[in-house]
Structures are given as C-alpha cells and as structure tokens.
Design a binder for this molecule. Sequence first.
Ligand SMILES: [Zn+2]
Length: 72
Amino acid sequence: MTRNYKIDVDCPACAAKMEAAAKKVEGVKDAVVNFMALKMKVDFEEGTDPGAVMPSVRKACKRVEADCEVFI
Ligand SMILES: [Zn+2]
C-alpha cells in the first residue's frame, strides 16, 4: 500500500536525510522524498496500518532534521 504525504523541508540534503530515516521505520517498505514537490511517498509493508506507522516516520524524520515536517 502506497500513500503520499505533504512535507516541509528546507533543502535537498535534508530531504535525503528524511528519506533515509523513513526507510528505517518498522512497517515501511520504501520511502521516496520529492523535494521539488515537497512530497513523501511511503510504501507500507503488507498488513500495516499507515495511521499507526506515520507518527514513527514523522518522529524519525524530526530526529535527523528538527526543522522538517511531515503532515499526517
Ligand atoms: Zn537543509
């Protein structure tokens, strides 16, 4: 299952950090950040509830880049 989320981040380097952090979260199969569009596409593991996983994704992103935001 894939979902798109709006994000806020200041530069491509931080966007790449967010992407790497999101990929490590349990329940996330893959994550792709599009800096130009300010969007994050998240592919969830089968049987995963995106609503349960996304708070962890947001937290993981904020850990690597405090000024970023993931709108969930
Ligand atoms: Zn930055």
